[in-house]
Design a binder for this molecule. Structure first.
Ligand code: OAD
Length: 267
């Protein structure tokens, strides 16, 4: 637990690494090409960013109905921006980990078509992933609710809260999707199309509880894709939907998977 009462869910040492047979099953599906990844907060846990629902997670300290709902933001923007001062400090320090660099490498190797991420931390892009669909927006930006102008969200810019638009004086809002808001239309449409057409889907570090993102593995499965889940613990999807469950921290599992594919090994 850090001084903020938040605890990044880091790599779990007690969890055995997935065996070579499971890795090869996942690799075989990915070798067919047209794979996509759907990522969640667990992928950034090893970068020091707490997840939402794990013990020590963000929503334990900041109930989403008070801090992440659009109506709550309009009711008390200063309160919500205060939480963002803490989050922005954390995000500015975070660097990509092996999960992010591994997924970027899979794209470079032409196995992975795209990463659809629920994360707002920009770490996939920083790791070199080129096609990143931001399902819940990006916290490196903020947007004016009056004129729509956006600008970088930096710690120094939010020293005074709530920040006001430099061109019209309107209220600025973090560039993330809040509860009660719609998923950006482009991201929604492109993600659904990719989920319908992929041969395999890597579902990494998400509790798969938030819709519509959680429907993507279902769409892929019903369209014949192999679902590979990477998580430190089973989720609601593990038994019903998932074909290959690779238990472990996203960083170490994705690194091993990438090495396995690079080596072209069959065992
Ligand atoms: P959650 O906090 O709900 O779930 C995190 C998942 O990551 C859990 O299943 C953990 O078991 C797993 N996990 C933790 N550490 C891990 C590690 N090192 N390696 C692999 N897995 C690990 O976060 P999300 O599923 O991303 O939305 O949450 C989805 C959405 O809910 C977020 O985008 C956010 C939140 O409300 C909005 O704010 C709109």
């Amino acid at each position: 637990m850090d001084s903020n009462g938040l605890k990044p869910a880091g790599p779990s040492e007690d969890i055995p690494a997935p065996d070579a047979r499971q890795l090869e099953r996942a690799a075989a599906a990915i070798r067919k090409g047209s794979a996509i990844a759907v990522t969640g907060a667990g992928v950034s846990a090893e970068s020091g960013i707490p997840t939402f629902r794990d013990p020590g997670g963000f929503w334990r300290k900041y109930p989403p109905e008070e801090y992440a709902a659009y109506s709550a933001f309009l009711r008390d923007p200063k309160k919500v921006w205060k939480m963002w001062q803490e989050r922005a400090a954390m995000l500015e320090q975070a660097r990509p980990n092996d999960a992010h660099t591994g997924l970027a490498a899979l794209e470079e190797m032409r196995y992975l078509q795209a990463v659809i991420t629920q994360n707002v931390d920009n770490l996939h892009q920083e790791a070199g992933s080129r096609r990143v669909i931001e399902y819940h927006g990006n916290a490196r930006q903020m947007v004016c609710l009056e004129c729509g102008r956006s600008e970088p969200l930096t710690r120094s810019r939010i020293q005074e809260i709530p920040p006001k638009c430099r061109s019209c004086g309107g209220l600025m809002k973090p560039g993330v999707v809040m509860f009660e808001e719609f998923i950006p239309e482009d991201a929604l449409a492109e993600s659904e199309r990719l989920a319908m057409g992929c041969n395999s889907m890597l579902v990494a570090g998400t509790s798969a509880q938030v819709y519509p993102a959680a429907s993507l593995p279902q769409i892929a499965k019903y369209n014949g894709a192999t679902i590979i889940e990477i998580n430190v613990e089973p989720t609601d999807f593990t038994h019903d939907l998932v074909d290959v469950f690779l238990q472990g921290s996203a960083g170490s599992v994705i690194r091993r998977l990438t090495e396995h594919l690079k080596a072209g090994s069959s065992g």
